[in-house]
Design a protein. Structure first.
Length: 579
């Protein structure tokens, strides 16, 4: 038997790669000749060629596979990732018996069934979280599954760290009955003008999907682009400081990651090698420290202001952020500048009425000029000095902490990272660590990333330590969770926390607090704010490496053992059926 096997998952990271490996082994064991296409965001996708598809006896599509039109007319078996995890061999055998000739919906002639489908409620939406990694894709998957379970047509665009995926077309938006926005950052809303829109957070969309979908139909309001929030936003729209701050952080992060890694690479040649002008080490430090890190605060402030006032707020926000950097006010000053610029620009936009002949000058001349002047003068004469003093005091305190204070701060940061697994508390601790990188304070960031790896790795360890207490599906989820944890994606523990929060969250917080404390105790320093265990392959990106790994391992063991002990066993019959 010759087959083409395609695997896919919303994030394109762990589940699709694991499923591809399992199915490849199962096909080899059954002596099938299989072409594997793993749709992922980690490496270049080796797509099945037209000749592979033409010569295949069977197509097996596992997960939310894209580009299904190319299989039109072939025998296709579509399966879920859960079916693969339960038994990859059984999945292939089922495919051989139950595959049906596939007729793509855009190619097949219209039938009565198609007419009924076209009458379904149609939902389009967007998901976006500050880091654009886990919550973005997991929320999209949850919304799609719940909407489809209720018999609706649904398509969710994900705006993650790799850009926009599954993009909505103008036609799909025009035909939609509802626009569902699950976002913690500002997204472009212009294309939804005149549509019924509902906004919530990615966390709520992921954890309370059914409730949020019901709320969407009850509370959605017609969106009018360019009007004030009160004119067009439903009462549950997620506005306020958190969304605006996270919009700034999400745009700042790529600069911090790139800059931190360039600085770390410069240390490969020696801790002080960058001081010798004209060397590669000096060039790397110029790129990372003098350029990328110099842009951190202006970009943070600029996009906070952009989130509040749209494009008119961007220029005054960037200018205010640059002034925060030049006055020594750091990331705290950048936050102040961003909010000041954004609300100033928004106030002018809302209150200033001009004749139609001059209206075009308001967004491109009047608002940027006046808001920039107000923001700049306030930053120079009012805010800059005091906030710079606060930043200097904070930096001096952190750099001179005794072991007791360091351990206490590590405990607090570690517990915060594990409390809501990517939610507001987690992001607050993360933003604190990232912000201090600009002032060359690296220990809090090390504690934050180490603790953030613990929940997902701990859940994976628990499923291995107490296999009998977990179903087969949970054990497979544990494997994926462990891999996600290694990548510093704490959201890998969410499936466990959603099912058993009263045991999972305390176990995660205990392990995270221990890891944070140990990281601070040994004085671990981290140059880059993301990448998980893989950052350790870059010399001097983190020091000391072995003690840092020990801190992560200790927290993971505590979380894994605690949850393995606290976990209630599955019903024996259910476990036997799923094993």
């Amino acid at each position: 038997m010759k087959a083409v096997i395609i695997t896919s998952c919303p994030s394109g990271i762990a589940n699709t790669i694991i499923a591809a490996g399992m199915l490849e082994k199962a096909a080899a064991a059954l002596k099938w000749k299989a072409t594997i296409e793993c749709q992922n965001t980690v490496k270049a996708v080796q797509k099945a060629s037209a000749s592979d598809i033409e010569s295949a006896d069977l197509i097996i599509a596992v997960g939310p596979v894209s580009d299904m039109a190319r299989f039109n007319g072939k025998k296709v078996y579509q399966a879920s990732l859960d079916e693969c995890y339960s038994s990859s061999t059984q999945l292939i055998e089922n495919a051989a018996s139950n595959a049906k000739v596939y007729a793509h919906k855009d190619i097949a002639p219209a039938t009565d069934t198609d007419k009924v489908a076209s009458a379904k409620i149609r939902i389009v939406g967007i998901t976006a979280c500050p880091t654009g990694v886990a919550h973005t894709f997991m929320a999209a998957e949850a919304i799609e599954e719940e909407a489809k379970a209720q018999g609706m047509w649904v398509k969710i665009e994900t705006r993650g760290s790799v850009g926009a995926k599954n993009q909505l077309t103008d036609e799909e938006i025009a035909q939609a009955d509802l626009v569902f926005i699950g976002a913690d950052i500002e997204v472009d809303m212009a294309r939804f003008d005149g549509k019924r829109v509902y906004r919530t957070s990615t966390s709520a969309a992921l954890k309370k999907t059914k409730q949020e979908l019901a709320n969407a139909f009850d509370q959605a309001a017609v969106y009018k682009h360019g009007r004030t929030k009160s004119d067009s936003a439903n009462k549950n729209e997620r506005t306020g400081a958190y969304k605006h701050l996270m919009t700034g952080v999400s745009h700042m992060l790529p600069l911090v990651v790139a800059g931190g890694l360039c600085i770390a690479l410069s240390f490969v040649f020696g801790i002080e090698a960058f001081k010798e002008q004209g060397t590669l080490a000096a060039a790397l430090m110029e790129i990372g420290g003098a350029s990328a890190f110099a842009l951190m605060v202006p970009v943070l402030a600029g996009f906070i202001a952009f989130s509040i006032a749209d494009r008119p707020g961007l220029a005054p926000g960037l200018i205010g952020g640059m002034l925060a950097s030049s006055t020594g006010a750091g990331f705290l000053g950048g936050i102040v500048a961003g909010f000041l610029a954004g609300y100033t620009a928004k106030f002018i936009a809302d209150k200033l009425e001009l004749p139609d002949s001059m209206a075009a000058l308001k967004p491109i001349l009047i608002i940027p000029l006046v808001a920039s002047l107000i923001t700049g003068l306030v930053m120079i004469f009012v805010v800059g000095g005091p906030v710079a003093g606060i930043m200097n005091s904070l930096t001096e305190f952190l750099n001179s902490m005794g072991s007791t204070n360091a351990v206490l701060l590590g405990v607090i940061l570690g517990a915060m990272m594990c409390f809501d697994l990517g939610g507001p508390v987690n992001k607050a601790a993360y933003t604190f660590g990232v912000g201090l990188l600009a002032s060359q304070t690296y220990t809090p960031m090390a504690a934050v990333m180490a603790a953030g790896m613990v929940p997902a790795m701990g859940m994976g360890l628990a499923t291995w330590l107490a296999r009998s207490r977990f179903s087969a599906q949970e054990r497979e989820a544990g494997k994926a969770s462990f891999v996600l944890g290694m990548c510093f994606i704490s959201e890998g523990a969410i499936p466990f926390a959603a099912r058993d929060p009263m045991r999972v969250i305390p176990a995660c917080m205990a392990g995270g607090a221990l890891t944070g404390a140990l990281s601070m105790l040994v004085g671990a320093k981290l140059m880059a704010p993301h990448g998980g265990i893989f950052v350790l392959f870059i010399p001097n990106a983190i020091t000391p490496v072995l003690l840092y790994l020990g801190a992560i391992a200790a927290g993971t063991v505590v979380t894994g053992v605690l949850y393995a002990v606290l976990k209630r066993s599955e019903e024996p019959q259910a476990v036997a059926q799923q094993a």
